[in-house]
Design a protein around this ligand. Structure first.
Ligand code: AHR
Length: 503
């Protein structure tokens, strides 16, 4: 048994940005086809969308959704995905070695977004294409009327513009795996030129330039510095991507993945401040952490990867990770890291949403269910209100192989205008229950906990509700302070109100 103390700060870090609870749908595997869209499914609506999935996406509480990729976007022709469905071409997708039918495209996806109540975050192809194509897409989506492209959109069934606000200028352009991968200098120039041209159309667009694909990239740091030196005045965000893997049985390092995320964000924030200083700019470019999750990348590389000039399957089962309790605790702690940096990270996307490294899974013709990682995301999205406030943590630490010495406990909180607090805490100890004392006087309004004696437990088609949230045990000490009893490897969310006399 170990003990820890938490003190919830008074001073806010930043407002809770709803965009922190974004997600990502890529034309990859079964994310779209038999994920969100399955016209023959018993729950399909008039547009062919699965209403069981729509219900779960709504429950998840997702804000903006990044689309249509990912690696997919880097050789995607947006024109293929609009117009009469029967005329749309079938194209090979080199990123995932699959066949894209284009049955679902911009119009269909936008209709689906209306149904789930989310905003479109559109990525443009800066891999095989460039500024001209980006401008045509922008004119097609955002010009109200009067040009051939705007009229084409209307003829395709959408007279009102899509009015897309957030645009990603390519995807992971630092990665050698990316089709059209470029040096930082080349990409920075292309992104700046494209951003300037897009702003000539509408200066209020929100533009995201590509940062590093992860913090282990050999160019990490210099990439940000160079790209921002070209684009600083033209963009609003720089992206970060990070996927965390449970490797070699090193549970201690895996549970401390958020330490890497913290350092990643701090390093990118420092690069932003550096460039702002060099340019004597008053502006601060924000961070869009627009791909993050736990992902068994090794399994994808060794088992899933598709090969063969004659082999281009349609909607294959790719990246269908089955998430465990352990994974979900890590996802909860990554959300804590994002909230702790709410002054710098104002947009984020859990990658991805359905079937592909996803919180929601479907079977074709069958059920849809929640994976373990669904719970910390949905709970944090629901409970994070008002402003983010820091939490001072006094707790024992442990040694990790990858991240050095790490606190057993991590925490963050939000406070709304009525003083109600939502507190999010992770216990990284694999062996010990930690009794966490909250400084101050609080009333506990609700608790939820994600924990299980079997860290490998997961939800499956056979047992879709094997893992669920439970209540967290708590009581008071002799000084009337709340004491939370956190079992080993758990993530918890607690709603608190300030205790007034007589309560
Ligand atoms: O989310 C899966 C892939 O991971 C995305 O397509 C790519 O951007 C990243 O490498």
């Amino acid at each position: 048994m170990a003990n820890a103390h938490l003190t919830i700060a008074e001073v806010p870090i930043a407002p809770v940005s709803r965009r922190l609870f974004g997600s990502f749908v890529e034309h990859l595997g079964r994310a779209v086809y038999s994920g969100i869209y399955e016209p023959d499914h018993p729950t399909a609506d008039e547009d062919g969308f699965r209403t069981d999935v729509i219900g779960l996406v709504r429950e998840l509480g997702v804000s903006a959704i990044r689309y249509p990729g990912g690696n997919f976007v880097s050789s995607f022709k947006w024109e293929d995905s609009v117009g009469p469905v029967e005329h749309r071409p079938r194209r090979i997708d080199l990123a995932w070695h699959s066949m894209e039918t284009n049955e679902v495209g911009l119009h269909e996806f936008s209709r689906w977004l209306d149904k789930v109540g989310s905003e479109l975050m559109l990525a443009i192809n800066l891999g095989t294409r460039g500024t001209g194509d980006a401008l045509e897409l922008l004119e097609y989506t955002n010009l109200p009327a009067g040009s051939s492209l705007a009229d084409q959109r209307a003829a395709n069934g959408r007279s009102e513009p899509f009015d897309v606000r957030m645009w990603c200028l390519g995807n992971e352009m630092d990665g050698p795996w990316q089709i059209g991968h470029r040096s930082a200098d080349d990409y920075g120039k292309l992104a700046a030129q494209t951003a300037r041209a897009m702003r000539a159309f509408d200066p209020t667009l929100e533009l995201v330039v590509c940062g590093s694909s992860n913090s282990q990239m050999p160019t990490f740091g210099t990439w940000e510095q160079t790209v921002l030196s070209h684009t600083y005045d033209e963009v609003d965000y720089i992206s970060c991507h990070a996927y965390y893997e449970f490797k070699n049985g090193d549970i201690g390092s895996f549970l401390a993945s958020a330490v890497d995320m913290d350092r990643f964000i701090d390093t990118v924030a420092a690069a932003i401040d550096n460039v702002a200083k060099e340019k004597v700019s008053e502006k601060t470019v924000a961070i869009s952490f627009d791909e993050w999750n736990v992902w068994d990348i090794e399994r994808w590389e060794k088992v899933d990867k598709i090969h063969g000039v004659e082999n281009w399957p349609q909607a294959p089962r790719l990246l269908e990770d089955v998430y465990t309790v352990l994974d979900a605790v890590v996802v909860g702690s990554l959300l804590i890291s994002l909230l702790k940096h709410a002054d710098r990270v104002t947009s984020a996307s859990l990658a991805q949403l359905v079937n592909v490294i996803a919180p929601i899974v479907t079977e074709p013709g069958g059920p849809a269910w929640r994976q373990t990682i669904f719970f910390p995301f949905a709970t944090t999205s629901r409970l994070a209100r008002g402003s983010v406030v820091g939490v001072r943590v006094e707790a024992p630490s442990y040694e990790t192989v990858q991240h050095g010495e790490v606190s057993l406990i991590d925490a963050v909180a939000t406070r709304d205008d009525d003083g109600r607090v939502s507190l999010f805490v992770v216990n990284r100890s694999v062996a010990e229950t930690v009794d966490v004392t909250l400084e101050g006087l609080w009333v506990v309004d609700s608790t939820v906990m994600l924990s299980d004696e079997d860290l490998a437990a997961s939800n499956t088609a056979a047992e879709p509700d094997r893992v669920e949230l439970a209540a967290l045990a708590h009581d008071r000490d002799e000084d009337d302070r709340v004491v939370l009893h956190l079992p080993p490897v758990c993530w918890v969310a607690i709603e608190l109100s300030p205790r007034r006399v007589g309560r």
